[in-house]
Design a protein around this ligand. Structure first.
Ligand SMILES: [Zn+2]
Length: 104
């Protein structure tokens, strides 16, 4: 689970991306991450299983693509892909933070 400050930075970066035309979707993605409705599969593509907000028994496999209808039919950045982008950015921030500590 990312720290609150990392989450805030990652969310803001994601939200202002020109690819994100729908801010409400970015907010829903943040909600998924905050509630911890995901887990990492640990494969080479950094696939995450992210829970559907409609049916809690359904998880979508998300890497460069997503299994959900939003992505399949509208080919937009669905909230699951946004959630993964937020998580990955948080992980990057955590790594960067560790490097800063090491240099001291
Ligand atoms: Zn999706």
């Amino acid at each position: 689970m990312p720290s609150k400050s990392h989450l805030f930075v990652a969310y803001n970066k994601c939200r202002v991306s020109p690819k994100i035309l729908d801010r409400a979707r970015a907010n829903r993605a943040l909600g998924i991450v905050q509630r911890g409705r995901y887990f990492e599969l640990g494969d080479n593509q950094r696939t995450f299983a992210i829970q559907s907000s409609v049916d809690e028994n359904v998880y979508y496999n998300v890497n460069g693509t997503c299994d959900c209808k939003d992505y399949q039919y509208r080919t937009v950045h669905c909230k699951h892909r946004l959630a993964r982008a937020i998580i990955l950015y948080c992980q990057k921030l955590e790594t960067k933070g560790a490097n800063i500590v090491c240099r001291r």
